[in-house]
Design a protein. Structure first.
Length: 248
């Protein structure tokens, strides 16, 4: 039986919260353990994020699809829109609200665990090279998610998405936020992983551009087919889709 909307929203809230807690918390721990080595700090931060993201997708994917990201949610709805099956448009808004609230809660929780004063970040990230990094990071993320979905390899979503994000920490200039909700959440911590409120609009705009490019690449490389959003669709919905396709 498919999970109710309330259970799916709880999964999205919890997953995004714990993801941001992992990003912010490991960033705080990294600066304390390796105060004089920024490269090692990034390694520690990215490693913790990779493991946390993979586990969260495995645990919560069967409930909500484990989007944890507004651009993934919107793309999941849009990709199924012509067929009117799959991720419903009525769930897009609630998912985004749950993800954003979860991201803010994740920063607050990490601050509390490490005894960091609650407040807004003062870390400006306003350079065009960082915006370009966000375009690349987000486009790549959408390509990974929906390439797996359209080629029937949804089971690989957890390791593939986590591996991509971990790599993008290093090969993008922005360290791969690639997520509007997480970007907003990271405003609420004045630590290694923070971003100043004034830097958010440009980052989110770059992420939207990247998402459009990513979806365009998916459409060019993998034309529409059955089960287009399997990798980001809750397991019960995948089963219902399969049963419907098999019916006489």
């Amino acid at each position: 039986m498919p999970a109710t909307l309330s259970r799916r929203l709880l999964a999205e809230f919890l997953g995004t919260m714990l993801l941001v807690t992992a990003v912010v918390g490991s960033g705080i721990m990294a600066t304390r353990l390796s105060p004089n080595d920024v490269g090692l700090q990034l390694l520690e931060n990215s490693t913790a994020t990779v493991f946390a993201l993979a586990v969260l997708i495995l645990i919560l994917g069967p409930l909500s699809g484990a989007h944890f990201n507004p651009v993934v949610t919107i793309a999941a709805w849009w990709s199924d829109r012509p067929g009117r099956a799959g991720f419903p448009g009525s769930d897009v808004g609630p998912y985004i609200v749950a993800q954003t609230c979860g991201a803010v809660a994740g920063s607050i929780l990490a601050n509390a665990m490490f005894g960091v004063a609650q407040g807004l970040s003062a870390t400006g990230r306003d350079e065009p090279r960082l915006w370009l990094g966000e375009v690349v990071a987000t486009a790549g993320l959408l390509l990974v998610v929906f390439a797996l979905a359209r080629t029937g390899r949804a089971a690989l979503a957890a390791p593939a998405v986590a591996a991509y994000i971990g790599a993008a920490y290093w090969f993008t200039s922005s360290t791969s936020f690639a997520n509007p909700a997480v970007t907003i959440g990271r405003v609420f911590t004045d630590t290694f992983a923070g971003i100043a409120p004034t830097s958010v609009p440009a980052f989110v705009a770059a992420q939207v551009v990247g998402a459009l490019i990513g979806v365009g690449l998916v459409l060019a490389l993998y034309p529409a087919s059955a089960g287009t959003v399997a990798a980001v669709e809750p397991a019960p919905q995948q089963l219902a889709r399969a049963e419907a396709a098999a019916a006489p």
